[in-house]
Design a protein around this ligand. Sequence first.
Ligand code: PLP
Length: 431
Amino acid sequence: MTGIDLSQQWFDRAVDVVPGGVNSPVRAFGAVGGTPRFMASGRGPYLTDADGTEYVDLVCSWGPMILGHAHPAVVAAVRDAAGRGTSYGAPTPGEVELAEEIVARTPVERVRLVNSGTEATMSAIRLARGFTGRTKIVKFAGCYHGHVDSLLAAAGSGVVTFGLPDTPGVTGATTADTLILAYNDVAALETAFHEHGADIACVIAEAVPCNMGVVPPLSGFNALLKRLCERYGALLVLDEVLTGFRASRSGWFGIEGVAGDLMTFGKVMGGGLPAAAFGGRADVMDQLAPAGPVYQAGTLSGNPLATAAGLATLRHATDEVYAAVDRAAEIVSKAVSEALTREGVPHSVQNAGNLFSVFFADGAVGDFAAAQRQDVRAYAAFFHAALERGVYLPPSAYEVWFLSAAHDEEALGRVLDALPHAARAAARSAA
Ligand code: PLP
């Protein structure tokens, strides 16, 4: 094991020129402390940092790398595409093929490609408002849909509250039309529709919330969302940016079978390059410019490198790949629970298919308020002990642990070897 001298040097340089030293906040290790590792390369299930230390990667770029890093078919597709030019600003066959692959795997009839999950959800909401002619949107506390202004809203204290800005820079006017409800709270949902139904353009929900840790929908919850939207003339926007093409060939839809009127995708479908999408019913999607009046555009949307990486990834994401990810997730989630139980650390491992997270709290977690009651200090100790043993976990207690089909026996063995040490560190911190 080497030190972190070079990561430290890069971080010191970074903070001089990049706010907080990182280009997305969670990477800064703020929730766990210490110096973020600056990564130099990835191969299969491993990342290697600037100091040459290799880690088993359980972040997988926050989801996209379902085939593992530098998969030969993805690298070849990107190399080939780059040789033909990096962007044309005109339609390309690759965009059509990627859209066809998405339509074939999911219930959506039309797809518009964008560059990030944030763009996908932002555009889906604009389209829902344009289609319905209504203003209000319903969002659930603890669901993350990217850094869209109107969705960076926190719940107030009532059962059904209008959003209060979650961050400086978002105005009260921007969040005033966002209704925030507790997740899995059927009564609050019915009240919201009863009181505001005629004004609600859409409900947006993660198909399975994964950004407060994994909080599975109660049985029938997504179907209820769909029924209520139908009854009140609103649209259901199911966000599958994280779950799409990861939970199954299509995403959470492949497991639960509830389709949104609009759905958002990202991560896996870009193969590690910036590509995302929103799609849905043809009659709704056809309201988008240039077919319809709702404006949406992008200089780099459908970029040839990104579509090549996404297409290569989806074409190699076979049933065998999903079986391998399911198996790896089961092995790791079971082992972490056993290790924490052995050390007497209160925890709850929650999963939705192959997506799982570990709450350092007693008992099941059903919503954001419960998720926030976990012992984040115990997680920080666990995280650093795992890192010392060469396992790169998400640097926050609220995140999914991501696996790939490249996590073979060797990589899983290294994780399993590190877990007892990490669990002991968590136990010491809790004591
Ligand atoms: N929606 C969900 C469910 C996500 O998990 C994320 C990102 O983690 C986003 C949207 C935003 O995607 P991006 O970071 O590509 O903007």
